[in-house]
Design a protein around this ligand. Structure first.
Ligand code: SAM
Length: 314
């Protein structure tokens, strides 16, 4: 079992498979053109599988495939099939643009759980936030996902002056369509403009106005979940800044270029790709996981290095 210095059991790995994305969200990527990793720098699928096997032997049992935008990486379906063959519990986070076109293939490849990021329900605003994205494609993706996948979650980052006037529209959508929506607090990573809205306050208001009650199933993640009487929908709140949940943190991250990160907010990285390419054994890889777990601090200080979320794997 992987346990850190504070007794937290680490059983969750988020894996970024690419730093490329087919959207260019204003809060996720810096304004200036960012340089992409070269092909050689990106972990090959076989390498990711090696790392997954090492992680599994240490008791990591939940895996999330993310990016960049994971659905733009060539060969992803074949990779997911491999994950299915080894009976891995995995889910995928996507911006939803390609989901409608790929849903049936993704389902055949073994995907059951999908998180779709969506920050506005207004086409013009969605296009502005994503620098050119088409809202209708994401909405189609959500509809298809409800047919093909057992768990569909919508992730919405709430940003002051950008989309905080749409919170109730998102709640209404969740209840109308029987969806799970999770509101996420903005983290000031690279935009240079802190658009933070405290969801602690928003939660209080929504509980009163929408008569929300704690959901029976809370899930193992950081989301504080609510529903309404008899409803299928879930409204969750992920509050890293107003109500930090570090004491429950169970995760490590693997970046697209093969670095293990103990915390989103930490600058420390362990080069597991270099170890692998220098012939490290399974035990060697496991030792790096142990080291990463020991690097976890008690809580984040949210003094981020200026970095695009897309390069870490949000
Ligand atoms: N392309 C995929 C997507 O859009 O979901 C996966 C990668 S994206 C980096 C993962 C998540 O990180 C998205 O839900 C996105 O909204 C979130 N994210 C990016 N920048 C963020 C920030 N500054 N604060 C909070 N969440 C952020």
């Amino acid at each position: 079992m992987l346990v850190d210095r504070f007794g937290r059991v680490i059983d969750y790995l988020r894996i970024s498979v690419t730093d490329h994305c087919n959207l260019n969200c204003i809060y996720c990527r810096p304004h200036s053109q960012i340089e992409h990793l070269s092909h050689a720098e990106i972990l090959r699928y076989e390498e990711i599988l090696e790392i997954i096997e090492a992680a599994r032997e240490l008791g990591i049992k939940k895996f999330r495939i993310t990016g960049g935008e994971p659905l733009v990486r060539r060969g992803l379906l074949g990779f997911l099939k491999k994950l299915k063959e080894i009976d891995l519990d995995f889910s995928l986070t996507t911006n939803g643009i390609l989901v409608s076109a790929m849903a049936s293939d993704l389902s055949r490849a073994g995907l059951k759980k999908i998180n779709i990021s969506l920050d506005s329900l207004r086409a013009d605003r969605f296009s502005r936030i994503t620098r050119g994205g088409e809202l209708s494609r994401v909405l189609e993706g959500i509809e298809k996902s409800q047919k093909f996948f057992s768990t569909v979650k919508i992730n919405t980052v709430v940003m002051a002056g950008i989309n905080d006037d749409e919170i109730d529209d998102f709640v209404a959508m969740a209840f109308n369509r029987g969806l799970q929506i999770r509101f996420i607090e903005f983290m000031d990573l690279c935009s240079g403009e802190d658009r933070f809205v405290s969801l602690k306050e928003v939660k209080k208001r929504l509980i009163a106005e929408w008569k929300l009650i704690p959901a029976a199933v809370q899930g193992s993640g950081p989301s504080d979940n609510y529903t309404n009487a008899g409803g299928k929908a879930v409204v969750g709140f992920i509050t890293p800044r107003s109500e930090p949940f570090c004491c429950r943190c169970n995760r490590l991250r693997l970046t697209a270029d093969g670095k293990l990160k103990a915390c989103l907010a930490s600058a420390q990285k362990l080069d597991i790709k270099a170890a692998l390419r220098n012939g490290a054994s399974r035990e060697g890889l496991k030792a790096l996981f142990q080291e990463a777990a020991q690097q976890k601090s008690q809580g984040h200080n949210f003094k981020f290095e200026r970095i695009a979320m897309s390069s870490i794997g949000g």
